[in-house]
Design a protein around this ligand. Structure first.
Ligand SMILES: Cc1cc2nc3c(=O)[nH]c(=O)nc-3n(C[C@H](O)[C@H](O)[C@H](O)COP(=O)(O)OP(=O)(O)OC[C@H]3O[C@@H](n4cnc5c(N)ncnc54)[C@H](O)[C@@H]3O)c2cc1C
Length: 372
């Protein structure tokens, strides 16, 4: 009887799990079928979003490629790709309801992989994650790029890695635009050991950094400008407001019994979803120990291995992550900050590892499954 694995989410984690199962597990489990479901018909290399909003620097196809192309080599009895959104699930009956352009589909599974990741606050205006359809994401990027081009004053709210990268990219390209980076905390990057170096690099580029500046609200005025009000009452009028703060899990289609209080998925050491049979999770949706595509990579490999073991009647093994936390953050197209564990990395090393290409050269390997 066919073993059906449904993978939800066509990004770093979901693509990898799907490829590993069709490519490797199917060698020994011949009647295996993988169904990959994604809202976005394309694999969006969102790490490049911070540069994609600068007009004319990267081409669309360098950071967005059709998922179907990456899986075209597999026979239809082994793999199916559905562009659609998981809207509901019944983890007892083992079904997921997916809304597609052609209507709802109810998919039955033997194993289910949750890899629907996260979205950023304000994702209706900013394209930092793959929140919408391909068309919606590209539209957001192009519109934001157009607004970056014409704006004279830009507020980037939230001084985590995304905010630092966005502010750095804009000032690297445009020396005549005023870029104000607002940090809700007393230090940027949440006070990480790299925060001081990042602030120095940003100042060299001409970014104005304001700390202790938590946004209360942002209101678009009739003339198109935005009035940003901080919690301390200060108001800032800007041509373009780019929020980068807050990360929410895409878990609305799941029962609350498998979610933690923060709405991320509850898992055990095997990345099995708690209180559900044959359900696994990988990537930002588990936020363990935090979000990160390098972490998602390890988790996806572990989940694929554990499903493989289950299909061979064996028990799971604990999923191993990186031995230390690695953090890299580009600051403009020439420099960056980073650390391995608590050891700081040279700016040039971060530039070579991330800032130069924002990892876009890695996209084909994940999309086509040639990495595994
Ligand atoms: C600007 C920026 C820079 C970053 N830089 C780095 C870095 O240098 N290093 C690093 O390790 N990490 C970095 N990250 C984090 C990285 O982007 C995430 O860790 C990664 O995207 C997680 O991948 P994922 O597969 O878990 O899910 P996501 O990338 O969040 O994608 C989720 C997928 O699920 C789909 N989806 C969502 N809801 C549904 C649904 N209901 N039904 C069907 N499909 C759905 C989406 O369309 C999408 O395809 C960065 C993030 C940002 C924003």
């Amino acid at each position: 009887m066919t073993q059906t694995i449904v993978v939800l989410g066509g990004s770093y984690a979901g693509l990898q799990v799907a490829h590993r199962l069709v490519k490797n597990t199917r060698k020994t489990v011949k009647d295996l079928k993988v169904i990959l479901v994604s809202k976005n018909s394309h694999f969006y290399w969102n790490l490049a979003s911070v540069r994609a909003i600068i007009p004319g620097i990267v081409k669309d196809e360098e950071f967005s490629q059709p998922i179907e192309k990456g899986f075209a080599k597999y026979p239809s009895e082994a793999f199916e790709f559905i562009v659609g959104s998981a809207e509901a699930s019944d983890l007892v009956a083992k079904t997921v309801t997916v809304s597609t352009a052609g209507g709802d589909r109810v998919l039955s599974y033997d194993h289910l992989v949750l890899a629907t990741g996260t979205r950023t606050a304000g994702d209706d205006v900013v394209p930092w994650k793959a929140s919408g359809t391909h068309e919606e994401i590209m539209d957001q990027i192009h519109k934001t790029a157009e607004r970056v081009k014409t704006a004279k004053h830009i507020v980037v709210a939230g001084a985590g890695a995304t905010g630092v990268e966005v502010a750095g990219e804009i000032r690297y390209e445009y020396k005549d635009k005023e870029v104000l980076l607002l940090s809700g905390d007393a230090h940027i990057l949440g006070g990480d050991v790299t925060a001081g170096s990042a602030e120095t690099e940003l100042k060299k580029l001409g970014v104005t950094v304001q700390t202790g500046a938590r946004v209360d609200r942002a209101v678009v005025l009739p003339d198109g400008k935005t009035e940003v009000t901080l919690q301390n009452g200060q108001t800032i009028l800007t041509d373009l407001y780019l929020p980068t703060m807050g990360m929410a899990p895409n878990t609305e289609y799941l029962p609350s019994s498998v979610l933690k209080a923060d709405k991320f998925v509850a898992i055990d050491e095997f990345y099995r979803v708690k209180d559900a049979a044959n359900v696994w999770a990988a990537g930002d949706i588990v936020w363990t120990p935090r979000g990160g595509f390098v972490i998602a990579d390890k988790q996806a490999a572990g989940v694929a291995k554990n499903i493989d073991l289950a299909l061979h009647g064996k028990g799971p093994t604990p999923v191993k992550l990186l031995p230390m936390d690695v953090f890299v953050c580009a600051v403009g197209r020439g420099r960056g900050v980073g650390r391995m564990g608590s050891v700081k990395l040279f700016s040039y090393l971060v530039y070579m590892a991330k800032g130069k290409t924002l990892g876009m050269q890695m996209m084909p390997g994940i999309l086509n499954g040639t990495n595994y």
